[in-house]
Design a protein around this ligand. Structure first.
Ligand code: NAI
Length: 350
């Protein structure tokens, strides 16, 4: 079913309020979920609402969090989210980082004790819209083996970078550090199909093609992706004093408890380096040169990161709205808050 932006955001917001979330927290959460969904990141859109509602309803997301800000230096600080909804805390922390970077050139802001913050490109794009360059990374629940290991130790630990250009384009690079998300394994299971041998491993750490035998996901690019995923956990977890590595809480385990996740954002004002105008001009030139390059066989064009997401968004609206599966729309319109689908499931619950 196709929905307008307002319809989808409104339905999600209402449902989150119904589960117990404050109006302003629900509004911002629904905004970011819509941002992800309209760009084709369906895995980080409306499909998440039922899980969030279960955790909100059961108290694992604090309804009235006591969010505190500890400015530890001119360019640094930690926002403690008191396990409030991650989307709200991360937005507030990013606003703080933008303010500090504009004032002092650079800002490094940690977010401690947050719940899931979703598609993290939203926060770096917030900075790019203000003419700033940004990097953010966050923890997620352990489901990937370290390179050469047999047990899940790190999460899909995503990284996002964003930079402004001299025109309206923003370059937004936003990726998980695993080859595939768990959702893709579930897709293959439901289709009765095999998975490529480089997506996941079994109990012995050996590559598997049977999606039912998957014990853990694998990092991108072998040892290099493992190193990246570890650094994400260090900079967004170890550095902030929250649980790290295999001690990071699972998304689906005990929805009555706060998740205590960490995220860090680094914001840079290009004015303090080559100059804001020069930076944006050079960024536009880079994007134009990449787009103008002759594509390799099998490719229609060379895109810059984030470009195809905007094309997906524009195409969806041109075709009558954002595609949302009927079952999900039925849930959003229903009186049900949750169906006990997630609580106390293992780390690989659907
Ligand atoms: P993806 O694989 O779809 O894209 C990764 C990056 O590659 C994007 O920046 C995209 O613009 C770029 N890209 C893809 N195809 C391209 C092409 N042909 N040309 C140029 N650039 C191209 O993203 P992934 O890894 O599946 O992540 C999806 C979302 O999931 C992200 O928003 C991420 O933040 C989110 N996520 C959030 C987690 C959390 O715990 N909060 C955990 C893991 C992922």
């Amino acid at each position: 079913m196709r929905l307008s932006r307002e319809e989808l955001k409104g339905l999600m917001k209402n449902k989150l309020i119904q589960a117990g979330l404050r109006e302003d927290h629900a509004d911002q959460t629904a905004e970011i979920l819509t941002w992800a969904h309209e760009r084709g990141f369906a895995s980080h859109g409306a499909v998440r609402v039922e899980y969030y509602c279960e955790r909100i309803f059961k108290g694992g997301i604090t309804h009235e969090p006591n969010i505190t800000w500890n400015q530890t230096g001119p360019c640094s600080g930690i926002m403690d989210g008191d396990n409030g909804i991650g989307y709200w805390v991360a937005t507030k922390a990013t606003e703080k980082a933008i303010e500090m970077a504009k004032e002092n050139g650079v800002a490094i802001v940690g977010m401690a004790n947050v719940s899931h913050t979703g598609a993290i490109g939203y926060y770096t794009e917030m900075c790019a819209k203000e003419g700033l360059a940004a990097i953010t990374f966050c923890q997620s629940d352990p489901m990937a083996v370290p390179y050469g290991g047999t047990e899940p130790y790190y999460g899909t630990n995503p990284i996002s970078f964003a930079c402004p250009t001299a025109d309206d384009r923003n370059v937004v690079f936003d990726m998980a550090t695993t080859v595939q998300a768990w959702g893709k394994i579930l897709d293959k299971r439901s289709q009765g199909a095999e998975i490529p041998a480089d997506w996941a491993v079994d109990e012995d750490g050996a590559p598997v093609t049977d999606p039912h035998k998957v014990n853990a996901l694998v990092p991108i690019a072998g040892a290099k992706g493992y190193g990246l995923m570890m650094m994400v956990d260090i900079f967004s977890g170890v550095l902030l004093g929250v649980p790290f590595g295999k001690h990071v809480s699972s998304m689906y385990h005990d929805c009555s408890k706060g998740r205590e996740l960490g995220q860090t954002i680094i914001v840079i004002d290009p004015e303090r380096f080559c100059g804001a105008e020069q930076f944006k001009k050079n960024m536009s030139q880079t994007c134009d040169e990449l787009n103008a390059m002759r594509p390799a066989p099998g490719f229609d064009k060379v895109y810059y990161p984030g470009q195809r997401a905007l094309m997906r968004r524009d195409k969806a609206y041109a075709e009558g709205g954002i595609e949302v599966v009927d079952e999900l729309v039925d849930y959003l319109k229903s009186d049900a808050i949750h169906f006990d689908r997630y609580d106390h499931k293992n780390r690989f619950a659907d």
